[in-house]
Design a protein around this ligand. Structure first.
Ligand SMILES: NC(=O)c1ccc[n+]([C@@H]2O[C@H](COP(=O)([O-])OP(=O)(O)OC[C@H]3O[C@@H](n4cnc5c(N)ncnc54)[C@H](OP(=O)(O)O)[C@@H]3O)[C@@H](O)[C@H]2O)c1
Length: 328
């Protein structure tokens, strides 16, 4: 049967990665396009999904049978802290419009995207899928986290699955990096921010300074690997329980290891130091990918340095069109 897969947020980091994988893996292969499948990638220029009418028109235009819902107001910690209510409202509106319109248009399946950063602040590690609602989120992303958690509530606890039998579920990625990331120093996540800073240090002959001690540990998933996990979920996973999409806990990296790898990938040879007066944030917040690997029957993640090299290369080659904000 012909399938139309609509990817909201299709112009962002994760959406571009899904587009890349779908267009580069061979047709008919595990992660490649299947016969009779049409993929549509949309951003805000097609519809502002905060608006129900624009959302309805988008569904009417493409008549999606399946939706990978990535669109969101996304940002690093400073932007999240500054605009908590906007993060709450915009994301609630976007998610509600997508899910309700999918229900009214009888869309066969929706996979929405949450994030491991929406888990409770006080929680026993590692994070797993059962702990999502077990306490308040960290104050820094209170608005974003509540809006994202509500998707899971809508999907199953009181709404679409129980009341209407819809096949809606959610994926929970850890931090993502890759080509087409947001490199704006005001709002970027740690890897794109450090890549951008190191690039500027090399270009301007200035020191490369990393905030904090470099000791905290973080887990990252390369956007092309995440894309494959989404494609796998779309074709193979029909449960309402969300799935954490992450590398293994043992793959945690320190901020120093990440910065070292960036220095190497950028080819920076100048002064490089850590500003220990800046806060480190949480020391570690590991998530388990046990369920993902059991469900998928294993998955080979791209080695970190290889993925980082590719991301740095993309940034250097596409600097003029990358999202670098005003400071570049
Ligand atoms: N980046 C991470 O580390 C990370 C980690 C865990 C989970 N996630 C989740 O992954 C998903 C994708 O994130 P990303 O990093 O790819 O984000 P991104 O690069 O910032 O892209 C955001 C996407 O959402 C679209 N969008 C934003 N507001 C919209 C609106 N009002 N109406 C329609 N489209 C809108 C943007 O369209 P335009 O391009 O037109 O602005 C863009 O395509 C999000 O749900 C995010 O919460 C991200």
């Amino acid at each position: 049967m012909a399938q139309v897969v609509l990817v909201t947020g299709g112009t962002g980091l994760v959406g571009k990665a899904i587009e890349h994988v779908i267009n580069t893996e061979s047709v008919g292969s595990k992660f490649g396009k299947q016969a009779g499948e049409t993929w549509v990638f949309v951003g805000t220029s097609e519809a502002d999904l905060r608006d129900p009418e624009q959302t309805r028109k988008l569904y009417e235009k493409y008549k999606p049978t399946h939706v990978i819902h990535l669109a969101a107001l996304v940002g690093g910690v400073y932007k999240n802290m500054k605009y908590k209510l906007t993060f709450l409202r915009d994301n609630i509106l976007i998610n509600d419009n997508i899910l309700h319109t999918a229900y009214t248009h009888k869309t066969a399946k929706v996979i929405s995207c949450l994030s491991t950063c929406v888990f409770p602040d006080a929680v026993e590690y590692p994070l797993d899928e059962t702990k999502l609602h077990g306490g308040l989120p960290h104050h820094s992303n209170f608005g974003y986290a509540h809006a994202k958690r509500l998707v899971d509530v809508q999907n199953r606890q009181v709404a679409y699955k129980e009341e209407f039998g819809c096949n809606f579920t959610a994926a929970i990625p850890t931090s993502v990096f890759g080509p087409h990331d947001n490199y704006d120093l005001e709002s970027a996540h740690v890897i794109p921010a450090l890549i951008h800073r190191c690039y500027l240090a090399k270009k301007n002959g200035t020191p490369f300074v990393v905030g904090g001690t470099g000791r905290p540990l973080r887990q990252f998933i390369f956007s092309y690997d995440l894309a494959k996990c989404f494609i796998w979920m779309l074709r193979n996973y029909d449960d309402v329980e969300p799935v954490i999409l992450s590398v293994a806990e043992e793959e945690e990296m320190s901020v120093k290891q990440i910065a070292d790898a960036i220095v190497k990938a950028v080819g920076f040879e100048g002064e490089y130091s850590f500003d220990t007066t800046r806060s480190d944030g949480q020391f570690r917040k590991p998530a388990s990918n046990k369920r993902l690997l059991e469900l998928m029957g294993g998955f080979e993640f791209t080695p970190f340095e290889q993925a980082l090299d590719l991301s740095v290369k993309w940034f250097v080659e596409n600097h003029d069109m990358a999202r670098t904000g005003k400071t570049a």
